[in-house]
Design a protein around this ligand. Structure first.
Ligand code: ZN
Length: 133
């Protein structure tokens, strides 16, 4: 893993959260994107080299809706930038980390995959690799 790519925060109302975080950072999101297959709308903020992703559920079955039902709004995952997501996913599985699903297309032009919070002391882990254009 090379660095933290972004931190994902689950929010109830993306428009309201965008307004709030725009004040916090004194900057607007650089990108907004819906991921229909995941049932989420996202926005991304850039603070220096660091990114914050806000995620809102678009339906009640979405992982974000379930997360908020259980825990309320808050930090949902930490995403780590990897050079080769296939190699790194395999390495973690071999180390005993519990993968959730397969590698898929995520927001912000990334290939992503997830590991269960149980595997990482309570924090959902996302690996992401920049998709070649
Ligand atoms: Zn993310």
């Amino acid at each position: 893993m090379r660095k933290i790519e972004h931190i994902g925060i689950a929010v109830k109302d993306l428009a309201a959260a965008n307004e709030n975080y725009s004040k916090l950072f004194n900057a607007a999101p650089y990108k907004m994107e819906g991921i229909e297959s995941e049932g989420v709308n996202t926005s991304f903020f850039l603070i220096g080299d660091s990114k914050i992703e806000l995620l809102e559920a678009t339906n009640q079955e979405s992982a974000i809706a379930r997360f908020i039902d259980k825990k309320g709004e808050g930090i949902h995952h930490i995403a780590y930038d990897v050079k080769d997501i296939v190699v790194e996913r395999k390495r973690l599985i071999e180390e005993g980390f519990q993968a959730i699903g397969e590698i898929k297309n995520g927001a912000d032009n990334k290939l992503v995959c997830f590991f269960h919070p149980k595997s990482a002391n309570g924090v959902l882990v996302e690996l992401c690799q920049e998709r070649s254009k």
